[in-house]
Design a protein around this ligand. Structure first.
Ligand code: NAI
Ligand code: MG
Length: 354
């Protein structure tokens, strides 16, 4: 088997604490399933910016571009102006590497407390695909008379046929290997231009997939159904802003931010995809050793799947599933097991799996 090079960017705060556990789990899976993974670590983040004045220099970006995948922790530090690292690194790489799909599973794992009383794991297993390069996040807009009484601010949402179509097509491809149901989430009754483009494109792609059932849900109704009837959904496709909001709600439904995983995918593989937990650098708990590494390990599982190792990916997920029920109080500051012990237990479960 040929070596696959993974660029590791631990970042700030709890980023290095959780990614260390994900690396441990991947290495255990590599031994167990016969993969050849080579890690290259990049010390980007707050310290790097303070010392060099740069977020990600061109030559480092070119090296990252050559990796088979990127495993990312989180960036952000109270000493750095907000946005410098988050926009300069995370958003920048998503765009530079054309990672147009932001994939976030919303899956309730057995033994995990959810705020939705009575919700069972078999009722909550969906994947949200958020468009990751366009929409309201392109930075189009401006001010007129800024600071004055007649100030005007505009923030435009950019939606291209190409961008909308490639995201929707990925949704249908993914649904083919799942429960064969795709839901479009938008606000097409009010946002009649962008919504129209999304709906027309969705209907055209749907017509090519007669074996897949489809549905349309307004984003406000989605906030209701995601909580009350998550079993309605298999694959969900939506735009950048709506996806940002509903995936945080999804994280809450599945038991919290510490468990939520994501992949920034470039399905064409013209550049590497990047995998990261949904949470940030959590400076409030950094250094205490109690950050939950499940989100990072489950993101690494998405990475192994993307690299063509579904068995190893399942090994990581099964490892997390085996350890989660052993935790005491998962909510509140302490999860009832140290970050390190959690990672060791997952790695041991992977090594012992048959
Ligand atoms: P956050 O996700 O870092 O933390 C929110 C809350 O959840 C905190 O109370 C934290 O202690 C808790 N938490 C987060 N992850 C946890 C885990 N694995 N285990 C246990 N508890 C966990 O979001 P916040 O506080 O808004 O942002 C902190 C910094 O992270 C900021 O600089 C922000 O810009 C940055 N950030 C970076 C992201 C990235 O690199 N992709 C994403 C989100 C935020
Ligand atoms: Mg968000």
């Amino acid at each position: 088997m040929s070596t696959q090079r993974i660029a590791l960017v631990p970042g700030d705060g709890i980023g290095p604490e959780v990614t260390a556990q994900a690396v441990k789990a991947c290495d255990a899976a590599a031994r167990r399933f016969g993969l050849d993974l080579a890690w290259e670590e990049y010390e980007l983040g707050a310290d790097y910016w303070r010392i060099t004045g740069q977020v990600v220099p061109k030559d480092v970006e070119q090296e990252l571009a050559k990796a088979d995948a990127i495993l990312f922790g989180a960036v952000g530090d109270p000493s750095v102006p907000p946005g410098v690292l988050e926009r300069g690194l995370v958003i920048h790489l998503r765009t530079a590497f054309d990672q147009y799909v932001n994939l976030r599973p919303v899956k309730l794992l057995p033994g995990v407390p959810t705020p939705i009383e009575g919700l069972r794991p078999e009722q909550c297993d969906l994947v949200i695909l958020r468009e990751n390069t366009e929409g309201a996040y392109v930075g189009a807009g401006g001010f007129i008379h800024r600071g004055g009484p007649d100030e005007i601010a505009t923030q435009e949402s950019v939606n291209t046929r190409k961008g909308v179509e490639r995201l929707i097509r990925h949704g249908f491809r993914l649904a083919t290997g799942r429960r064969k149901h795709v839901t479009l989430v938008h606000k097409a009754n009010i946002l009649t231009y962008a919504g129209d483009l999304w709906q027309r494109t969705f209907e055209e792609v749907a017509a090519e997939h007669p074996d897949i059932t489809v549905d349309y849900v307004h984003v406000d109704a989605m906030c209701l159904y995601l909580v009350t009837q998550p079993e309605r959904f298999d694959v969900v496709v939506t735009d950048n802003l709506f996806g940002d909001i509903i995936t945080d709600l999804g994280a809450a439904v599945q038991g919290g931010l510490g468990l939520a995983a994501s992949g920034n995918l470039n399905p064409t593989c013209s550049a590497p995809s990047m995998f990261e937990p949904v949470h940030g650098s959590a400076p409030d708990i950094a250094g205490r050793g109690w950050a939950n590494p499940a989100g990072s390990i489950l993101s690494a599982a998405l990475m192994l799947e993307h690299l063509g190792h579904p068995e190893a990916a399942r090994g990581l997920e099964d490892g997390v599933k085996a350890v989660l029920p052993r935790l005491g109080a998962m909510r509140g500051p302490e999860m009832g097991m140290s970050t390190e012990d959690f990672g060791d237990a997952v790695a041991a479960a992977i090594s012992e799996s048959r």
